[in-house]
Write a protein that binds this ligand. Structure first.
Ligand code: AMP
Length: 190
């Protein structure tokens, strides 16, 4: 089972690179942000709850997020592995993921940390907001999301280093070069 965590600040290119990895390795993709946005679009109770956090640039509470992840994971049959995009975002989520996978006799093989300088993240997200109309891609909310990233999510870098599966990826530059660097890290971890 090829389980991969793709990690990085908002705007670091996790979604774009996940598509390439799914194509090449034939694994499933879970983007927790996409799952939540689909719930919001369908106006479900979960969507209403999620929207109140997302619009504030805050994280959805861990217990709720972990339940959502478990049910998506259970929906995959005959999976070759999963790329986790936007999850985990806290230490509690990383611990829950480790437990969930170990109960299935699996583990995270590699954590890909896409590093992009902060001014480039801002530029990319503001551009994406204009193009896609994503409500949380406005300057004020982006700033809040970056604060949340540094305080709650970035500690996962050390957590995964201790797990021995950390791989640093330079997320700035040519898309194909970044994809090639990612594939090298995955192939070394397989
Ligand atoms: P993303 O599309 O991954 O940037 O996620 C958009 C928003 O969804 C985030 O700013 C959070 O409010 C929420 N979200 C997505 N994934 C998670 C997660 N693993 N834990 C908590 N909140 C999340």
């Amino acid at each position: 089972m090829l389980n991969i965590v793709i990690f990085g600040a908002p705007g670091s290119g996790k979604g774009t690179q996940s598509e390439k990895i799914v194509e090449k390795y034939g694994i499933n993709h879970i983007s927790t942000g996409d799952v939540l946005r689909a719930e919001i679009k369908n106006n479900t109770e979960l969507g209403k709850t999620a929207k109140s956090y997302i619009d504030q640039g805050q994280l959805i509470p861990d217990s709720l997020m972990i339940d959502i992840l478990a049910s998506v994971l259970d929906s995959f049959k005959d999976s070759k592995g999963v790329i986790f995009d936007g999850f985990p975002r806290t230490i509690a989520q990383a611990e829950a993921l480790k437990k969930m996978l170990s109960e299935r006799g699996q583990e995270v093989k590699v954590m890909l940390d896409l590093e992009v300088p902060e001014d480039e993240l801002m530029t990319r997200l503001i551009k994406r907001g204009k193009e896609s109309g994503r409500a949380d891609d406005n300057e004020e909310t982006i700033k809040k999301r970056l604060v949340v990233y540094h305080s709650q999510t970035a500690p996962l870098i050390d957590w995964y280093k201790k797990e021995g599966v950390y791989a640093h990826i330079n997320g700035l530059g040519n898309l194909e070069t970044i994809t090639a660097d990612i594939c090298k890290a995955i192939d070394a971890a397989k």
